[in-house]
Ligand binder design. Sequence first.
Ligand code: AP5
Length: 217
Amino acid sequence: MPGDVILLGGPGAGKGTQAQILQKQFGYRQISTGDLLREHRNRGTELGKAAEPYMQRGDLVPDALIIKMVEGELQGDAAVLFDGFPRTVAQAEALDMLLESCGRGLPGAVYFEISRPLLEERLLGRWTNPRTGRVYHEKFDPPKVAGVCDEDGGPLEQREDDKPVTIKKRLDVFEAQTMPLVAYYRERERLATIDATLPFEQVTHALVRALDLEHAH
Ligand code: AP5
């Protein structure tokens, strides 16, 4: 039975793409704070309304709101893939305490290493099916017909925060507030690093190796 894992990496590094693959193949449960926040926003909840201005600017939503939201998601026995969380040292400390208090043990982290220009290219070309979350890229993983999902035939959308000015802000915020987590997990000997510039299947393969899942079926 695999343990809980944090997928750590910049916006566009491929965390969500890989989380969906690992979820299908190995029975993990993906907890994506970005997806949860977008759901709250679409439903018009208090949390969604509070988070909206931060997300639109490309800033981080305050730690207290995020930690409370994640706390509410931590039921069930399945090992969790944390996607986009934690993003600050305060969130990492809170997650360690939360998981220990429910007897789950401390999670390992996998850092998706990739350059800033490649992150920009990935975000600028990303198209998403808002109904299923299926993600495409106009150059690296294009749908058969531009703007149309191969799976349900419905329209694809570009995310509102995938505009050049917001992308720059998100990358700056990542470097300033989330990169310190690489040292946080490395110092605690809980960090593996993978080359996230590789093609999709090779990144999956690197992740499976880093998580020692080769024989986990
Ligand atoms: P969130 O939704 O988490 O966005 P993000 O971290 O910016 O990450 P992305 O979803 O943009 O990237 P990804 O790594 O999942 O890449 P993907 O797999 O799609 O957060 C949005 C906002 O919510 C934040 O700005 C913040 O305001 C708020 N928020 C969320 N969590 C928070 C938290 N914990 N604390 C505070 N605020 C929070 O891939 C990208 C593209 O690349 C796709 O087109 C894909 O097809 C392509 N691609 C993927 N892998 C490959 C590959 N190997 N080769 C070629 N192309 C690839």
